[in-house]
Design a protein around this ligand. Structure first.
Ligand code: 13P
Length: 288
Protein backbone atom coordinates (compact mmCIF):
# COMPACT_ATOMS: atom_id res chain seq x y z
CA UNK A 1 0.00 0.00 0.00
CA UNK A 2 2.97 2.32 0.50
CA UNK A 3 3.06 5.18 2.97
CA UNK A 4 0.04 7.40 3.58
CA UNK A 5 -0.48 10.85 5.03
CA UNK A 6 -1.66 10.72 8.64
CA UNK A 7 -4.52 13.16 7.97
CA UNK A 8 -7.13 10.60 6.91
CA UNK A 9 -6.37 8.23 9.78
CA UNK A 10 -6.50 11.01 12.39
CA UNK A 11 -9.64 12.69 11.06
CA UNK A 12 -11.35 9.28 11.29
CA UNK A 13 -9.96 8.69 14.81
CA UNK A 14 -11.16 12.14 15.94
CA UNK A 15 -14.68 11.50 14.62
CA UNK A 16 -14.93 7.98 16.00
CA UNK A 17 -13.35 8.74 19.38
CA UNK A 18 -10.12 6.74 19.47
CA UNK A 19 -6.42 7.54 19.01
CA UNK A 20 -3.74 6.26 16.65
CA UNK A 21 -0.40 5.36 18.22
CA UNK A 22 2.74 7.15 17.10
CA UNK A 23 5.69 4.91 17.98
CA UNK A 24 9.23 6.20 17.55
CA UNK A 25 11.65 3.98 15.62
CA UNK A 26 15.40 3.67 16.11
CA UNK A 27 16.47 0.85 13.84
CA UNK A 28 15.32 -2.13 11.78
CA UNK A 29 14.15 -4.21 14.76
CA UNK A 30 11.97 -1.37 16.09
CA UNK A 31 10.42 -0.79 12.67
CA UNK A 32 9.74 -4.46 12.03
CA UNK A 33 8.22 -5.01 15.50
CA UNK A 34 5.83 -2.05 15.14
CA UNK A 35 4.78 -2.82 11.55
CA UNK A 36 4.10 -6.50 12.28
CA UNK A 37 2.05 -5.63 15.36
CA UNK A 38 0.00 -3.02 13.48
CA UNK A 39 -0.78 -5.63 10.84
CA UNK A 40 -1.66 -8.25 13.45
CA UNK A 41 -3.95 -5.76 15.26
CA UNK A 42 -5.40 -4.48 11.98
CA UNK A 43 -4.58 -0.99 13.22
CA UNK A 44 -3.37 2.16 11.47
CA UNK A 45 0.04 3.25 12.75
CA UNK A 46 2.39 6.22 12.69
CA UNK A 47 6.14 5.59 12.76
CA UNK A 48 7.80 8.59 14.40
CA UNK A 49 11.40 9.54 13.66
CA UNK A 50 13.19 12.27 15.61
CA UNK A 51 15.97 14.21 13.90
CA UNK A 52 18.43 12.44 16.23
CA UNK A 53 17.11 8.99 15.29
CA UNK A 54 17.27 9.88 11.59
CA UNK A 55 20.90 10.92 12.03
CA UNK A 56 21.62 7.68 13.92
CA UNK A 57 20.15 5.68 11.04
CA UNK A 58 22.44 7.69 8.70
CA UNK A 59 19.83 9.99 7.20
CA UNK A 60 16.24 10.59 6.12
CA UNK A 61 16.65 8.79 2.79
CA UNK A 62 17.84 5.59 4.47
CA UNK A 63 14.90 5.72 6.90
CA UNK A 64 12.28 6.43 4.21
CA UNK A 65 13.66 3.77 1.88
CA UNK A 66 13.91 1.18 4.67
CA UNK A 67 10.36 1.79 5.86
CA UNK A 68 8.87 1.78 2.36
CA UNK A 69 10.71 -1.41 1.44
CA UNK A 70 9.71 -3.08 4.70
CA UNK A 71 6.03 -2.21 4.29
CA UNK A 72 6.29 -3.85 0.90
CA UNK A 73 8.32 -6.93 1.79
CA UNK A 74 6.24 -7.71 4.92
CA UNK A 75 2.99 -7.25 2.93
CA UNK A 76 1.72 -4.63 5.36
CA UNK A 77 -1.75 -3.58 4.26
CA UNK A 78 -2.81 -1.37 7.22
CA UNK A 79 -2.28 2.40 6.80
CA UNK A 80 1.28 3.42 7.75
CA UNK A 81 2.48 7.03 8.00
CA UNK A 82 6.18 7.87 8.30
CA UNK A 83 6.33 11.02 10.40
CA UNK A 84 9.14 13.39 11.37
CA UNK A 85 8.93 14.00 15.12
CA UNK A 86 9.75 17.50 16.47
CA UNK A 87 11.20 18.66 13.17
CA UNK A 88 13.05 21.90 12.64
CA UNK A 89 12.11 23.82 9.49
CA UNK A 90 15.19 22.52 7.64
CA UNK A 91 14.68 18.99 8.98
CA UNK A 92 11.08 18.99 7.74
CA UNK A 93 12.20 20.02 4.26
CA UNK A 94 14.78 17.22 4.17
CA UNK A 95 12.31 14.61 5.44
CA UNK A 96 9.75 15.68 2.82
CA UNK A 97 12.36 15.42 0.09
CA UNK A 98 13.37 11.95 1.28
CA UNK A 99 9.78 10.65 1.04
CA UNK A 100 8.27 10.98 4.54
CA UNK A 101 4.47 11.07 4.34
CA UNK A 102 3.99 13.30 7.39
CA UNK A 103 6.03 15.89 9.28
CA UNK A 104 5.89 17.80 12.52
CA UNK A 105 7.19 21.32 12.37
CA UNK A 106 7.88 22.19 16.00
CA UNK A 107 7.95 25.96 16.26
CA UNK A 108 6.97 25.96 19.94
CA UNK A 109 10.31 27.42 21.05
CA UNK A 110 9.85 30.50 18.80
CA UNK A 111 7.69 33.50 19.64
CA UNK A 112 4.05 32.90 18.68
CA UNK A 113 4.42 35.36 15.77
CA UNK A 114 7.42 33.47 14.38
CA UNK A 115 5.72 30.10 15.02
CA UNK A 116 2.67 31.32 13.03
CA UNK A 117 4.80 32.64 10.16
CA UNK A 118 6.86 29.45 9.76
CA UNK A 119 3.94 27.06 10.35
CA UNK A 120 1.93 28.94 7.69
CA UNK A 121 4.73 28.46 5.18
CA UNK A 122 4.91 24.78 6.08
CA UNK A 123 1.11 24.38 5.63
CA UNK A 124 1.47 25.71 2.08
CA UNK A 125 4.36 23.39 1.25
CA UNK A 126 2.87 20.20 2.71
CA UNK A 127 -0.67 20.74 1.42
CA UNK A 128 0.55 20.88 -2.19
CA UNK A 129 2.28 17.53 -1.71
CA UNK A 130 -0.48 15.73 0.23
CA UNK A 131 1.82 15.34 3.23
CA UNK A 132 0.25 15.76 6.67
CA UNK A 133 1.51 18.43 9.06
CA UNK A 134 1.62 18.54 12.85
CA UNK A 135 2.37 21.83 14.62
CA UNK A 136 3.01 22.59 18.27
CA UNK A 137 2.07 25.26 20.76
CA UNK A 138 3.48 25.31 24.30
CA UNK A 139 6.59 23.13 24.47
CA UNK A 140 6.27 19.58 25.82
CA UNK A 141 8.35 19.11 28.97
CA UNK A 142 11.40 16.89 29.38
CA UNK A 143 14.10 16.10 26.87
CA UNK A 144 14.04 14.00 23.70
CA UNK A 145 17.07 13.73 21.47
CA UNK A 146 18.30 17.17 22.45
CA UNK A 147 14.89 18.86 22.11
CA UNK A 148 14.24 20.26 25.58
CA UNK A 149 10.88 21.65 26.70
CA UNK A 150 9.90 23.17 30.05
CA UNK A 151 6.58 21.34 30.61
CA UNK A 152 4.56 24.35 29.54
CA UNK A 153 0.83 24.55 29.27
CA UNK A 154 -0.40 25.97 25.98
CA UNK A 155 -2.51 29.09 25.65
CA UNK A 156 -5.79 27.98 23.96
CA UNK A 157 -5.97 31.25 21.98
CA UNK A 158 -2.52 30.59 20.52
CA UNK A 159 -3.63 27.02 19.72
CA UNK A 160 -6.55 28.45 17.76
CA UNK A 161 -4.25 30.79 15.83
CA UNK A 162 -2.04 27.87 14.78
CA UNK A 163 -4.97 25.50 14.09
CA UNK A 164 -6.63 28.15 11.92
CA UNK A 165 -3.60 28.10 9.61
CA UNK A 166 -4.87 24.71 8.43
CA UNK A 167 -2.49 22.31 10.18
CA UNK A 168 -3.74 18.73 10.08
CA UNK A 169 -3.18 18.00 13.78
CA UNK A 170 -1.94 19.97 16.73
CA UNK A 171 0.26 19.19 19.73
CA UNK A 172 -0.61 21.40 22.68
CA UNK A 173 1.36 21.27 25.92
CA UNK A 174 -1.00 20.23 28.73
CA UNK A 175 1.56 19.41 31.42
CA UNK A 176 2.83 16.33 29.55
CA UNK A 177 6.52 15.45 29.61
CA UNK A 178 8.83 13.31 27.44
CA UNK A 179 10.50 10.43 29.27
CA UNK A 180 9.60 9.20 32.76
CA UNK A 181 7.21 11.35 34.80
CA UNK A 182 8.59 12.66 38.11
CA UNK A 183 7.03 11.45 41.39
CA UNK A 184 5.46 14.86 42.00
CA UNK A 185 3.91 15.21 38.51
CA UNK A 186 0.58 17.06 38.68
CA UNK A 187 -1.08 15.03 35.88
CA UNK A 188 -2.54 16.26 32.60
CA UNK A 189 -4.28 19.62 32.63
CA UNK A 190 -7.76 18.70 31.38
CA UNK A 191 -9.11 22.23 31.75
CA UNK A 192 -6.64 23.42 29.17
CA UNK A 193 -7.23 20.38 26.95
CA UNK A 194 -10.97 21.04 27.03
CA UNK A 195 -10.49 24.71 26.19
CA UNK A 196 -8.10 23.85 23.33
CA UNK A 197 -10.46 21.21 21.95
CA UNK A 198 -13.44 23.58 22.01
CA UNK A 199 -11.64 26.40 20.26
CA UNK A 200 -9.66 24.57 17.54
CA UNK A 201 -12.52 23.65 15.24
CA UNK A 202 -12.25 19.85 15.19
CA UNK A 203 -8.48 19.73 14.66
CA UNK A 204 -7.28 16.34 15.95
CA UNK A 205 -5.01 16.88 18.98
CA UNK A 206 -1.73 15.14 19.74
CA UNK A 207 -0.55 13.94 23.14
CA UNK A 208 3.23 13.71 23.38
CA UNK A 209 5.00 11.99 26.27
CA UNK A 210 2.73 8.92 26.15
CA UNK A 211 5.03 6.87 28.39
CA UNK A 212 3.76 6.57 31.96
CA UNK A 213 0.46 8.45 31.66
CA UNK A 214 -2.15 6.55 33.72
CA UNK A 215 -4.80 4.64 31.76
CA UNK A 216 -7.73 6.76 33.01
CA UNK A 217 -5.99 9.98 31.92
CA UNK A 218 -5.30 8.50 28.47
CA UNK A 219 -8.97 7.56 28.06
CA UNK A 220 -10.16 10.97 29.25
CA UNK A 221 -7.74 12.73 26.89
CA UNK A 222 -9.05 10.66 23.95
CA UNK A 223 -12.62 11.62 24.87
CA UNK A 224 -11.52 15.27 24.65
CA UNK A 225 -10.11 15.27 21.12
CA UNK A 226 -6.72 13.58 21.45
CA UNK A 227 -6.39 11.44 18.32
CA UNK A 228 -2.63 10.74 18.21
CA UNK A 229 -0.56 9.57 21.16
CA UNK A 230 3.24 9.48 20.98
CA UNK A 231 5.12 6.68 22.71
CA UNK A 232 8.89 6.39 22.69
CA UNK A 233 10.56 5.84 26.08
CA UNK A 234 8.35 2.88 27.05
CA UNK A 235 9.55 0.83 24.07
CA UNK A 236 13.16 1.72 24.93
CA UNK A 237 12.69 0.68 28.57
CA UNK A 238 11.16 -2.72 27.78
CA UNK A 239 13.73 -3.39 25.06
CA UNK A 240 16.59 -2.66 27.48
CA UNK A 241 15.00 -4.72 30.26
CA UNK A 242 14.41 -7.78 28.08
CA UNK A 243 17.94 -7.58 26.66
CA UNK A 244 19.44 -7.23 30.15
CA UNK A 245 17.51 -10.29 31.36
CA UNK A 246 18.78 -12.32 28.40
CA UNK A 247 22.38 -11.37 29.15
CA UNK A 248 22.05 -11.73 32.91
CA UNK A 249 20.68 -15.25 32.36
CA UNK A 250 23.90 -15.94 30.44
CA UNK A 251 21.98 -16.81 27.28
CA UNK A 252 24.45 -14.99 25.04
CA UNK A 253 27.08 -17.45 26.26
CA UNK A 254 25.05 -20.54 25.40
CA UNK A 255 25.42 -22.04 21.94
CA UNK A 256 24.98 -19.32 19.34
CA UNK A 257 23.15 -17.06 21.78
CA UNK A 258 25.47 -14.22 20.81
CA UNK A 259 23.95 -14.12 17.31
CA UNK A 260 22.28 -10.67 17.08
CA UNK A 261 19.18 -12.28 15.64
CA UNK A 262 18.86 -14.18 18.95
CA UNK A 263 20.26 -11.50 21.24
CA UNK A 264 17.85 -8.82 20.01
CA UNK A 265 14.79 -11.10 19.83
CA UNK A 266 13.53 -10.72 23.45
CA UNK A 267 13.74 -6.92 23.22
CA UNK A 268 11.96 -6.94 19.88
CA UNK A 269 9.19 -9.14 21.30
CA UNK A 270 8.89 -6.79 24.28
CA UNK A 271 8.32 -3.84 21.93
CA UNK A 272 5.61 -5.83 20.13
CA UNK A 273 3.84 -6.41 23.44
CA UNK A 274 3.91 -2.72 24.38
CA UNK A 275 2.64 -1.67 20.94
CA UNK A 276 -0.17 -4.23 21.16
CA UNK A 277 -1.24 -3.01 24.62
CA UNK A 278 -1.17 0.63 23.50
CA UNK A 279 -3.26 -0.08 20.41
CA UNK A 280 -5.82 -1.82 22.60
CA UNK A 281 -5.83 1.07 25.09
CA UNK A 282 -6.01 3.75 22.39
CA UNK A 283 -8.89 1.94 20.65
CA UNK A 284 -7.26 1.67 17.21
CA UNK A 285 -7.54 -2.14 16.88
CA UNK A 286 -9.52 -3.11 13.75
CA UNK A 287 -9.66 0.52 12.60
CA UNK A 288 -7.34 0.01 9.60
P1 13P B 1 7.77 9.43 25.55
O1 13P B 1 9.20 9.16 25.26
O2 13P B 1 7.59 10.04 26.90
O3 13P B 1 6.92 8.23 25.36
O4 13P B 1 7.29 10.55 24.53
C1 13P B 1 7.34 10.29 23.16
C2 13P B 1 7.03 11.48 22.35
O5 13P B 1 6.27 12.35 22.74
C3 13P B 1 7.63 11.60 21.02
O6 13P B 1 7.39 12.81 20.42
Amino acid sequence: MGLVSAKGMLDKAFKEGYAVGHFNINNLEWTKAILLTAQEMNSPVILGVSEGAAKYMTGYIVVADMVKAMVDSLNITVPVALHLDHGSYEGALKAIEAGFSSVMFDGSHYSIEENIKLTKEMVERTRKLGISLEAEVGAIGGEEDGVVGGGEVADPKECKMIADLGVDFLAAGIGNIHGKYPENWQGLNFEVLDAVNKITNETPLVLHGGTGIPVDMIKKAISMGVSKINVNTECQLVFAEATRKYIEAGKDLMGKGFDPRKLLAPGTDAIKQVVKEKMELFGSVNKA
